[in-house]
Design a protein around this ligand. Structure first.
Ligand SMILES: Nc1ncnc2c1ncn2[C@@H]1O[C@H](COP(=O)(O)OP(=O)(O)OP(=O)(O)O)[C@@H](O)[C@H]1O
Ligand SMILES: [Mg+2]
Length: 444
């Protein structure tokens, strides 16, 4: 800066009043800039900054200006926004401040301003800045760090080529404020862009999951009752074709087919409801009864395979929040897998235990423990992925559907090998809040 002491008093007074007027005029421009930056949508920040570089340069009678950014501390600084007065030399092609004015760049990026009113003011120990000025010709320049939050994320430079110019401290304060406003707008743009990218990714991923899980659960859940209906009606047809209908047996088969048809219709209704964004039918359910229902459904299968199923629920009368049909589906899938594992193991220990035990506060863990062969290492990491199966008749969908249901209830599911042999699959469910003590006693 020029040494004020050697100026005559009158000249100094005149300069001071000129500086004050300029700073005051510029202050109102920065006020407008602040309002504009607050308003501008993230995707128009860049255009707005270039517009304002032009406004600032015209207001201060400057000729060239740029904003520089650096993505992270180890990335190079590069010019991202520029303004050049018409008919003035553009920025040198491939302008790389890091190479051209390395020392100055480091200084500004460390948070210091670099200002000269005249080329002779550039310190002798900054030869690359001297060289750059001699070669490209700015006669006055202010390089200002761009802060965002507590970090310097870049810089801005303002240059005058036609003549030298003074930079009063008040003006530099206002310029620093303008650059800080650029910095916050750029930071907002960056975080909004990042958030948008993550959001899009999540939306695509979750839609893909929901669709594939929906199709999976649809075919899985519907095929089971359809198979049962087919076998019951086949039985009735056989009885009729033998010309010796046994009314009681036929009636039982037909009733069973009616139940399964209702169940299928219910599944379709639920899935349609899901599309309509309706919530599932979650209520407080006695978990013992729910598991008992699954045991009944699988009793025939267990008998054929000579497997005994044991149910242990603590505390007795435990109630969870959930959708009965969906949760039955979960337990059924795990129990069927357990049966298959025991069949594979060809062992004498043929027991499956379904256990309900308290988990962390407000949750229970439902586990299905088998004495089977254990998980095949080739699928161990992909158990819950669609179409992963080691069974000739398997669809590889049971665990995927189960996990999707468990997660839609807020729970988690995992598998762990038993200490002796076999596997335990465990999932968690939220406990239903107890009603009044009297009411819960009445409910038993
Ligand atoms: N209790 C278990 N013990 C050992 N392996 C298991 C057990 N449960 C699942 N697996 C393995 O995980 C694979 C995937 O299980 P999943 O229930 O998703 O499909 P699946 O049983 O093969 O077919 P489905 O769609 O008919 O259920 C099985 O093929 C099996 O290899
Ligand atoms: Mg299965």
């Amino acid at each position: 800066m020029r040494n004020a002491n050697i100026e005559p008093k009158r000249v100094r007074a005149a300069r001071a009043s000129r500086d004050r007027r300029e700073a005051a005029r510029f202050e109102s421009i920065v006020g407008e800039l602040s309002a504009a930056m607050a308003r501008v949508p993230a995707d128009e920040v860049d255009r707005e900054i270039e517009l304002w570089l032009g406004k600032i340069c015209r207001a201060l009678d400057l000729d060239r200006s740029a904003v520089y950014e650096r993505d992270s501390a180890d990335q190079p600084v590069r010019a991202t926004h520029t303004w050049v007065r018409p008919n003035f030399p553009a920025f040198p092609p491939n302008y790389d401040p890091e190479k051209l004015v390395q020392k100055s760049t480091q200084l500004v990026m460390s948070g210091k301003m670099l200002v000269f009113a005249h080329p002779s003011e550039i310190p002798a120990d900054n030869p690359d800045a001297r060289r750059m000025v001699a070669k490209y010709g700015p006669k006055a320049s202010a390089a200002i760090p761009m802060w965002a939050g507590g970090r310097v994320i870049g810089a801005a430079s303002f240059g005058k080529f036609r003549s030298t110019r003074e930079w009063s401290p008040a003006l530099l304060d206002q310029l620093a404020l303008a650059v800080r406003l650029f910095g916050s707008a750029i930071e907002r743009k960056q975080s909004e862009t990042a958030i948008r990218a993550v959001r899009t990714e999540l939306r695509v991923a979750s839609r893909r999951n929901v669709m594939s899980e929906l199709v999976a659960s649809l075919s899985h859940e519907i095929n089971q009752p359809l198979g049962a209906i087919l076998s019951n009606l086949g039985g009735v047809a056989r009885l009729l074709s033998q010309g010796n209908p046994q009314p009681a047996m036929a009636l039982e088969a037909v009733n069973s087919a009616i139940d399964d048809t209702k169940r299928t219709a219910e599944i379709v209704r639920r899935i349609r409801a899901m599309f309509k964004n309706q919530v599932e039918h979650k209520t407080a359910i006695g978990i013992r009864a729910l598991i008992g229902e699954v045991a009944k459904l699988t009793a025939g299968e267990a008998a054929v395979r000579r497997i005994s199923v044991q149910i242990e629920v603590t505390p007795a009368g435990q109630r969870v929040i959930g959708d009965t049909i969906q949760l039955q589906q979960c337990v059924l899938n795990l129990v069927m897998n357990a049966f298959d594992a025991i069949a594979d193991a060809n062992t004498d220990q043929r027991g499956v235990t379904v256990k309900v035990a308290p988990e962390k506060t407000g949750w229970v863990a439902v586990s299905v423990c088998d004495s089977g062969a254990g998980i095949d290492p080739t699928v161990a990491n992909r158990l819950f992925e669609p179409f992963v199966t080691t069974k000739s008749e398997g669809m590889g969908l049971g665990l995927l559907v189960t996990r999707s249901i468990v997660e839609s209830h807020g729970g988690r599911i995992w598998a762990s090998p038993n200490p002796d042999h076999g596997t335990t699959f465990t999932f968690t469910l939220p406990v239903a809040a107890r009603k009044l003590a009297g009411a819960s006693r009445r409910l038993g």
